[in-house]
Write a protein that binds this ligand. Structure first.
Ligand SMILES: [Zn+2]
Length: 83
């Protein structure tokens, strides 16, 4: 795990965004400051992508909204394990 992702995970746990599922693999992340971002989870070519529409996410940086959603999405859908 890169340092940037570790930081985002730590921030996601601290920030306690409220995540709401709005559609299949699409979530809304509401920050304690009342901002709402839309986060989509996609699987392309077997890789998972989490796309957030905040300033950081729109330039392909890992943000804590995306991490918070990714943790939830993983809990709901589970990882596809390869044996
Ligand atoms: Zn974001």
């Amino acid at each position: 795990m890169t340092k940037r992702i570790q930081n985002a995970v730590a921030k996601a746990k601290r920030a306690k965004c409220r995540v709401r599922r709005v559609a299949a693999r699409t979530y809304e992340s509401r920050t304690p400051q009342g901002r709402t971002y839309t986060v989509r989870c996609e699987v392309r070519d077997g890789r998972r992508y989490v796309i957030c529409n905040c300033a950081a996410g729109s330039v392909n940086q890992v943000c804590y909204h995306a991490i918070g959603v990714a943790l939830l999405d993983t809990a709901i859908t589970g990882y596809q394990r390869s044996h």
